[in-house]
Design a protein around this ligand. Structure first.
Ligand code: NDP
Length: 299
């Protein structure tokens, strides 16, 4: 039986609609719209697209939206000065510094400099700690992990009690926070990585399998437990000579067609986790705005 294809685009639209509604209720109450500042250093083409989409979505949601494009020659001190200005700006609720930063800049130092109350990426150690200690009501949770959880919930509902979850990948921005969220939903969580022995056997235990590796179609159909829910976070660009010379296409970390023969539900790439990430950024900005104004969390 073919798996349900989880429609990340459609689910992202419902998250965006809630964020927009919360923003339009917030604006008259606070006397100002929620504010998002997106900072890009350098000219990485993929980052330029991401940043443009984020700013555009923020405008569509009725936010004050600022985009700061800095040259690749920007020094760490200059970037830190901009972050300090945005921290001090009362009309800015969310600060997103697009990664990766040029090698000349210490990424950790920059992420640490963002006011945790405005850290809509959820990468500051304060938010990492709040998530790790289960204080999610006060935390700003990273967007891709939070979006992935909503996709899982769309199939299995809010409780994962009794379920085995396997997360492949242990990065600070994807793998580890997803594992924390699954644990909070009472799943029994395994985190696998490049040193895991017999990864295929570990994956076969999973009722919920999250792939966040960055290796095209590494997870094969026969690694999937029958009836599993599979979330493919990976975004990999591979050559697609069948589309013409020099053409490429996007694939995830899971061999989708094979896995869909076995799984209960699976996210596609593109159109799965990707659209959720930007929607959750808008939701996080509205949440940060409410928390900063002493209002209850809206979404
Ligand atoms: P990282 O490179 O930071 O982490 C990759 C993880 O995968 C590491 O923990 C690594 O293990 C593990 N890994 C690598 N090779 C193997 C292997 N052969 N077997 C098992 N584990 C392995 O990547 P990110 O977490 O930043 O991103 C992961 C993927 O998600 C990428 O494709 C990225 O493009 C995508 N992504 C998608 C987003 C979206 O919006 N959809 C947002 C962010 C990322 P180890 O720690 O041992 O090295």
């Amino acid at each position: 039986m073919a798996a349900e294809i989880i429609d990340g685009k459609a689910i992202a639209q419902t998250v965006l609609a809630k964020a927009r509604a919360a923003a339009s209720a917030f604006t008259p109450r606070a006397g100002r719209p929620p504010g998002l500042a997106v900072v890009l250093v350098g000219e990485d083409p993929a980052s330029q697209v991401y940043v443009r989409n984020k700013s555009r979505e923020a405008e569509a949601a009725g936010f004050r939206s600022e985009q700061h494009n800095l040259p690749v020659t920007t020094t760490e001190a200059e970037l830190l000065a901009l972050v300090a200005r945005l921290n001090a700006d009362p009309g800015i609720d969310g600060i997103l510094v697009q990664l990766p930063l040029p090698r000349t800049i210490d990424t950790d130092r920059v992420l640490m400099a963002v006011d945790p109350a405005k850290d809509v990426d959820g990468f500051h150690p304060v938010n990492v700690g709040l998530l790790g200690s289960g204080a999610t009501a006060r935390a700003l949770v990273p967007c891709t992990p939070a979006g992935s959880l909503i996709l899982i919930e769309s199939v299995l509902g809010p409780s994962l009690a009794g379920k085995q979850a396997v997360v492949v990948g242990r990065s600070n921005i994807v793998g580890k926070p997803i594992a924390q969220l699954l644990l909070q939903r009472d799943a029994t969580v395994t985190i696998a990585h490049s040193k895991t022995a017999d990864l295929a056997a570990v994956c076969r235990r999973a009722d919920v399998l999250v792939a966040a590796v960055g290796r095209p179609e590494m997870i094969r159909g026969d690694w999937i437990r029958p009836g599993a829910v599979v979330v493919d976070v990976g975004i990999n660009r591979i050559p697609a000579p069948e589309r013409g010379e020099g053409r490429t296409r996007l694939v995830g970390d899971v061999a989708t067609r094979e896995a869909a023969e076995i799984a209960r539900a699976i996210t596609p790439v593109p159109g799965g986790v990707g659209p959720m990430t930007i929607a959750l950024l808008m939701a996080n900005t509205v949440t940060a705005a409410h928390l900063r104004e002493g209002l209850p969390r809206p979404v």
